[in-house]
Design a protein around this ligand. Structure first.
Ligand SMILES: [Zn+2]
Ligand SMILES: [Zn+2]
Length: 265
């Protein structure tokens, strides 16, 4: 299967570390067999928009055959809020696609049932947004918030009802949103056990039965973590997803060879 990685961070937003410069990322991806990749740094608030300009400049300066896209990762501005994003913002910076999702529990007190319900609600909300192409890392949680509050860690996908997985798969299919298979956040996250990862792949399998497409991403924040994308590729095989079920941007890359664009929203 084609070697995609459509979720990569850089040093430019201060989220990934200094190893994540555009030419180094592309070089490492080529070593790993990646044929098309995307830089997707965070846009949590509009005052960070200008920080994306040097990313675009460095992509455009590349000399490579590898397809490189310029995307963006969106986060909800608050519980039940929208994204700091619009068609105008997209066009101003020239973002070729957007991935987005929930990055907080939005809980004041620990309640696992409520926490999972909030996640599910925001997953559906991201899918309903016509500007969001990919729902990122469903059921990823930042461990720091749990440690700080001394909450029990989210260590089992059994807390997620199968009905949520089915509804997400159906809504993703209807809206043309791809569900992400994320390496660093979910499959290769040291905070999760091997058992958890098995449960997570089983969860993805239930979603897959409803027929949506899937996107693959490493979500790497360090050059040494780009290799985790191979785990996402293995899960694609395990789920027996055919090539037309694997999402890719519906446009030519900013640099490199044009891929095989498919219908997207
Ligand atoms: Zn994220
Ligand atoms: Zn990310």
């Amino acid at each position: 299967m084609a070697g995609f990685d459509f979720h990569i961070h850089t040093k430019y937003l201060g989220c990934a570390n200094g190893t994540m410069e555009i030419p180094a990322i592309v070089h490492e991806c080529e070593q790993l067999g990646v044929t098309a990749l995307a830089i997707t740094d965070h846009l949590n608030a509009l005052d960070k928009l200008d920080l994306h300009r040097p990313i675009r400049r460095d992509i455009e300066a590349l000399d490579t055959d590898t397809a490189v896209y310029f995307g963006v990762e969106l986060n909800f501005t608050g519980k039940d809020q929208g994204f700091a994003y619009s068609a105008e913002v997209r066009d101003e910076l020239g973002f070729q696609f957007a991935i987005g999702g929930i990055h907080s529990t939005y809980l004041a007190a620990y309640d696992v049932k409520e926490m999972v319900a909030i996640q599910h609600r925001h997953h559906l909300k991201a899918c309903a947004d016509p500007l969001v192409d990919v729902l990122v890392h469903p059921y990823w949680f930042g461990r720091k918030q749990f440690e700080k509050n001394e909450w029990p860690w989210f260590d089992s996908m059994r807390a997620v009802p199968a009905s949520y997985a089915r509804e997400l798969g159906q809504v993703a299919k209807e809206t043309g949103t791809a569900i992400e298979i994320n390496a660093c956040a979910n499959l290769e996250n040291p905070a999760y056990s091997e058992e958890y990862v098995k449960e997570y792949v089983a969860y993805l399998a239930v979603i897959a039965e409803e027929g949506p497409r899937f996107a693959v991403g490493s979500d790497a924040h360090d050059i040494g973590r780009l290799r985790t994308i191979q785990t996402a590729w293995q899960v694609v095989k395990q789920l027996e997803l055919t090539p037309e079920r694997i999402w890719q941007p519906n446009c030519a890359p900013m640099v490199g060879r044009r891929g095989q664009p498919q219908t997207s929203k």
